[in-house]
Write a protein of this length. Sequence first.
Length: 428
Amino acid sequence: MDIKQTPRILTYKRLIIVFVVVMAAFSIIPVCNYFRGHTKDYGLFYHTGQSALHHGDIYTMGQDKTFRFMYPPTAAALLAILSSLGFLPMIVILVLVNSAAWFASVFLAVYLATGKALQHHPLLYLVPTACCVPYVWDTYLLGQPNLLLLAFMLGAFVCLRHKKEWGAGVLIALAASIKAFPILALVYLIYRRWWKAVFFTIASLCFFLVLLPAPFRGLQRNLQDIKTWNQGMALHYDADSIAQRPNRGYSWRNQSLVAVANRLLRPVDAFRSKTNPRYVNLVNLEFKHVNMIIVSIGLGLCLFYLASMPRYTQRTANTDSIEYAMLIILILILTPLSFTYFYVWLLYPLMVVFNLLLTAPHPSRERNVMIVWFVACSLLLSFMLPVPGFVTFKTMGCTFWACVLLLVGLGLKLQRLKRHFMNFRSHG
């Protein structure tokens, strides 16, 4: 063994030990909460699974007359299988799946950013993962599947890299059938003309949404569930609520473009307080005018993305990794409901950015700029930590602005790579 490699190997071992310890600690807490009676969303998931298993209603109304369960019928069918094992076994399985998804997401992200999953600088694994630990913690505490969805999306990108379009389509459809927002990736597949991936996404989505729940619900009842969910969730947006969250939808916990724009441009309660509402709007615009601004900003960000993307003949594994990172960011901020735990998806964009930083020439102006860029993004993300003094930053959309900063920086890097390619060809 090379003596020079020994310190790095020891560092890897320490990182793995720390990772396993943190993962175990995060996994134990939901199990302990079960015995304390504080099960967060795990309780909702169990009762929904039991209801689906025994042919009951899955979209029941809570005290505020909104859906208690907000996910597509496929998620209820999968929960029916897990809930049949019992409440505690279901929690244990969910935290184990979450841990496996976290592990897979880290190494898939490194693979996509660099071309191989192992034998990189230890900081590449440590720093982006550490930046996302608060979001990871939320997925364990609440029982949310966003880490699993990230693993599916990264797996789909790996399939695209290896020309396995059918695999990409199946994984994106599976993610979208559990939680709808990953379906936005279909627009990217269409633009890049991954036609087989488009076909398999649509076909798999039909299977997961229509046929998979049928053994539990019956075909006709499942179709009615899809209609109920679609009308109540996907198509519900007005001045008072987004989907089924009339208070929380516009609160500081939602860091999407839709929520941030509404908080800053018209008087909506940023803290969903019934007794002491708080407003942070800078101006007072009508709801329709706010929506015009939202559409304009959203189109502007999408056009910037398209303008940054290289032509097919200019694409490389490096440009694709940046392209996928920008897609992840756009999906996050364009999703109307994008709560704090959604931003565990930033693990991959941060991995791409940090890899660019590590591989930049040293010393160089480019490297210095990238350090400032990464630190600024990390600082904006840190304002979501539960610190009283950070409340104003949360209401102003600190995570949203971090995503915009990441998106713009990655887009400029992609455009620079395009110019280098064109210069190389012109001098070749």
